[in-house]
Design a binder for this molecule. Sequence first.
Ligand SMILES: C[S@@+](CC[C@H](N)C(=O)[O-])C[C@H]1O[C@@H](n2cnc3c(N)ncnc32)[C@H](O)[C@@H]1O
Length: 339
Amino acid sequence: MVMPVKNEARNLPIVFRSLHGWIDEVVLADGRSVDDAVAVAKECCPDIKIVHQTGSGKGGGKMPTSAKTRHRKMALRLAEAFVTDPVGVVRALPGHISMQVWHDDVANDSEPSWYEHMHELLGAPWPCPEAGQVNAVLSETAARLAARGLAVGRQTYGGYSDGDVSLGRAVWCAVRHMRPTMVVETGVARGVTSRIVLEALDRNDHGRLWSVDLPHPFDHSIHEETGAAVTEALLPRWNYVEGSSRRRLPQMIRDVRQVDVFIHDSLHTARNTRFEMDHVAAVMPQGGVMLVDDISTHDGFVTFTRDHAEFRAIVCPSADGQGQFGVAVKTSRNHPCVL
Ligand SMILES: C[S@@+](CC[C@H](N)C(=O)[O-])C[C@H]1O[C@@H](n2cnc3c(N)ncnc32)[C@H](O)[C@@H]1O
């Protein structure tokens, strides 16, 4: 998104708060601001790109070349509206960009028998002997959060949701059946998926979890909830790295060298999902598994599986039927895309 401003330091925090979770790339055209607009913007959005303009006025001078993207028209329309009513534009955004509606390119037909099909992809036994175990972990996790007065489910962490029960089952089975040495996840929040991975690694008596997580940049009151689902006993196998996946994941991948199981549950935009999947795919061995949450609102997962014929993928319904997650298994041969 391109955001032209002129001396808007006071308004920017309001604007960024509304944008959080919706937009993953912001370019600020500074309009030769003489207030703290640029510094405030960098504080609100550390990954922001700043274009120092040469012309005068809000949006004056040369517009940044990043506007020449495939979303150019929308970016420019928004940029024009921003000049007169930045907060109004942001308020209108959710409906405008239809973030929460099903993306056209995503398969509408997730597999009712996804759990069985996933086991087939993993080469794991079916019926799965692990089913009872994961239910116990899920109940204990919910009870632990409830004991701290934390509700579990959709949009309980500053607009983000805890890991869904079906995703939890998939995560458990991927870790138990594949016995990974290295698991990487993006997006921790209260740590439901982190807890499931760590419990499964503990049961395996093998492997580590590295997580990258950007705590909510505006709602600091919920920071103390980060990782609340994870018990002390599980901490020795866990590396928690704070920051955005765009900044931290490339170095993390260089540090761990190989990723056997990957869980994406951070910022669910096509660009960010592809960024993470592409980076991880490069260091994933045959038999590696990716579990990618919230794939129904963008085409990131589907384009990845089209571009990477070495992955076999299925689309799975969330337990509450409100969303979808994807499972992609790296195989030895190139397969036709199954989506
Ligand atoms: C959907 S929640 C994660 C839920 C968690 N996996 C669970 O099962 O409880 C998303 C988390 O990702 C964080 N996040 C948002 N954008 C991010 C980014 N660009 N990089 C890393 N983490 C991000 C959010 O602050 C939040 O903690």
